[in-house]
Design a protein around this ligand. Structure first.
Ligand SMILES: [Zn+2]
Length: 233
């Protein structure tokens, strides 16, 4: 089984918060855990973040993780015109490619109108992971405008479900398994005025849940790869 652990590297819990605690406090914990578990992740990063926290982007690249693109400002592409969308992708790509080659993309909020997929090919992207099986049940791996589209398998908060419930869900996932998390989940946001699914079990518990998810799939023979390896295969 092929598995991919992905991280949407952005400010805290968009669109509700504008702080960066996830980057300052959560990301170092996550990178240490991935190092301990010897897993290379794909980090879909906003251009905005890369300009504010270049040292975080360097830490991602230096640890051998793949640097991907998560838009520039974390605005939803569903609310942008074609020229605005193209500018968003161009600015983010220019910023991120100063750190490493970037060929994988995920839109904020997993919302990316199909008519914009051609933009990704035009900007040298090989893979898009903007669809989610939890949003569109029939989403499957397919090629569109030369871009391999690989949907996320589950939404991030399911990794924080009680073990019996998340294991039941994980057992039903088909190959390839694409998990995703956010750095802000590894900061205690349980007292913030957020939707329940954004804040429950955030902090240390979320980190242990992410570790348990990696071990669950490894124990079943899964190999975690970077998403660009999927596009190259
Ligand atoms: Zn995001």
């Amino acid at each position: 089984m092929n598995a991919y652990f992905t991280v949407d590297v952005e400010h805290d819990c968009p669109p509700y918060l504008t702080t960066w605690r996830g980057i300052e406090e959560g990301m170092p914990r996550l990178l240490a855990m991935l190092d301990e578990e010897q897993v290379h992740a794909t980090c879909f990063t906003t251009g905005d973040l890369a300009r504010r926290y270049p040292e975080t982007v360097r830490a991602i690249v230096d640890a051998g993780h793949e640097l991907g693109c998560h838009g520039d400002t974390h605005r939803s592409f569903a609310e942008m015109t074609l020229p605005e969308s193209e500018a968003e992708i161009r600015v983010a790509s220019d910023t991120l490619r100063a750190f490493a080659p970037v060929v994988s993309f995920r839109a904020p909020y997993l919302r990316f109108p199909a008519k914009y997929v051609a933009l990704l090919g035009r900007h040298q992207y090989a893979l898009d992971s903007s669809e989610g099986r939890h949003k569109k049940l029939l989403a499957s791996v397919h090629r569109d405008h030369g871009v391999l589209r690989v949907p996320a398998s589950v939404t991030s908060s399911t990794l924080r479900w009680p073990a019996f419930a998340r294991h039941a869900l994980f057992s039903r996932l088909s190959d390839p398994v694409v998990l995703f998390v956010h750095p802000w989940e590894f900061v205690d946001l349980t007292r913030e005025p957020l939707r329940f699914d954004c804040r429950f079990k955030t902090g240390d518990e979320a980190l242990e849940c992410a570790r348990a998810a990696l071990r669950f799939f490894k124990a079943r023979g899964a190999t975690f790869r970077r998403m660009r390896d999927c596009a190259a295969a």
